[in-house]
Ligand binder design. Structure first.
Ligand code: GDP
Ligand code: MG
Length: 442
């Protein structure tokens, strides 16, 4: 996609902001990429519409091309939609003892495998006592399959009793989990090749017996469009709390993730990355976003985005300097930047006009240790003090120095340096934006 967009934008003149036409042209390509990734049509349409609003008129930063800029906006929006406002995708609600977790989905989607993977994770990572039960009465082999997996990972399974219904097994699992003091019990339901009334009724009955804390829909990540239909149905009938996408180790582009997130609004909690019992990972929105956009080299994109951000920050700062604003927050930014760039020596080399201050700076001995102490002093100031350093009278100075574990004299040195730098910034501001960019090495 990056390449394709690059091509589109080669034909466009570089302007200060993305025009509506630029964005439209680019988003046509984005929509094709989404559809190729098996995102369902209405979802792809809505998504590009949302991006269009955000992208039109967005400033193009100097360090990236308009094409890259659109890719970044698309990527960020994708991550946002995928992540929703779920800060911790891998977390499960285990707040009752025992906590029931219901696994639902179509046949062959990976329910049984995922049940075992999840049980292993809960046992090993969360230190929970877990019981698994297979409710798949259609296929005796399915119950065996779970028992074998349980053996393999050292997790208990509910003993198999022939002739029981799914609801009866669910009741027994609940009873056993309660009596034997398990923290969690996982119910692995039967699936069908497609959604039918019998299946849904059965799962509904099981749900009503177990009253699950989590109902996880297991979906094959390779089944793009169908997945949406499945998810909609299960969510309407059963009510799901999250999604597990399996087979994300395959060639699929994972468009199902976006579709399902958009259609159900339910978080994607885990992805399955293979047949082995440890091939389960928490959902990482940015990885899946990169995959959907067909960008193998997602790392470079993220780096690019980072550069964009830094460029934006530098630009914002420059605007402040031009207005003669340089407060303690700015100084802190500068000090942190200095630490990144190899201390004062490195910075001095990049800034003509700093020569005059070299002696003072040298006298202050600005090595990393000193920079760290100075940053600590600024951190010890209140928001108001940072924004208005002129507020710093004797009593405030004492408090700040004490807060950072230092002497007031050290704070005074910092304040002196701030005044000098503020002076310098004002002068640089008068040199105009271009000259300053050069001076800041931007
Ligand atoms: P169920 O019918 O929903 O219980 O599905 P199963 O758990 O029995 O899985 C069906 C097949 O898919 C099995 O061969 C699994 O090994 C395989 N499978 C499940 N999850 C994954 C996955 O994340 N990646 C791959 N490659 N195969 C998987
Ligand atoms: Mg199964």
């Amino acid at each position: 996609l990056s390449e394709r967009l690059g091509g589109v934008f080669d034909r466009l003149t570089k302007q200060g902001a993305l025009s509506e036409d630029d964005v439209k042209t680019a988003l046509r390509e984005v929509r094709v990429a989404l559809l190729e990734a098996d995102v369902s049509l209405p979802v792809a349409r809505d998504f590009t519409k949302a991006v269009q609003k955000k992208a039109t008129g967005a400033a193009v930063t100097k360090s990236v091309t308009p094409g890259q800029q659109v890719v970044k906006i698309v990527h960020d929006e994708l991550v946002q939609v995928l992540a929703g406002d779920d800060p911790n995708p891998g977390a499960l609600k285990i707040d009752t003892i025992p906590a029931p977790i219901l696994m639902v989905g179509l046949q062959g989607s990976g329910k049984t495998t995922t049940t075992a993977k999840l049980a292993k994770r809960l046992t090993e990572k969360n230190g929970k006592r877990v019981l698994m039960a297979s409710l798949d009465t259609n296929r005796p082999a399915a119950m065996e399959q779970l028992a074998i997996l349980g053996n393999q990972i050292g997790v208990d399974t509910l003993p198999i009793v022939k002739g029981e219904s799914a609801v009866q097994i669910a009741k027994r699992a609940k009873q056993q989990a309660t009596l034997a003091g398990y923290d969690v019990y996982l119910l692995d339901t039967a699936g069908r090749l497609s959604i039918d009334e019998e299946l849904m009724t059965q799962v509904e009955q099981v749900r009503d017996v177990a009253n699950p804390r989590e109902t996880l829909l297991v979906v094959d990540g390779l089944t793009g469009q169908d997945a949406v239909h499945t998810a909609e149905n299960f969510d309407q009938r059963i009510g799901i709390s999250g999604v597990v996408l399996t087979r994300m180790d395959g060639d699929g582009r994972g468009g199902a993730a976006l579709s399902m997130r958009a259609v159900t609004g339910k978080p994607i909690k885990f992805v399955g990355l293979g047949e082995k019992v440890d091939a389960l990972e928490e959902f990482h929105p940015s990885r899946v976003a990169g995959r959907i956009l067909g960008m193998g080299d997602i790392v470079s994109l993220v780096e690019k985005a980072q550069e964009t951000l830094e460029a934006e920050q530098a630009e914002r700062m420059m605007k402040r300097f031009q207005k003669g604003q340089f407060n303690m927050n700015d100084l802190k930014n500068q000090l942190e930047q200095m630490m990144k760039m190899g201390g004062m020596e490195g910075v001095m080399g990049m800034m003509p006009g700093m020569g005059k201050y070299k002696k003072q700076v040298d006298a202050a001995g600005l090595d990393d240790k000193v920079l760290k102490r100075q940053i600590a002093l600024i951190q010890s100031m209140t928001k108001k003090e940072r924004a208005n350093p002129q507020l710093l009278q004797a009593s405030r100075k004492k408090r700040i120095a004490a807060g950072a574990g230092m002497e007031v004299s050290e704070l005074n040195k910092l304040l002196k340096m701030h005044r000098q730098m503020a002076d310098m910034m004002k002068k640089m501001g008068k040199m105009g934006k271009k000259g300053m960019l050069k001076n800041l090495g931007g």
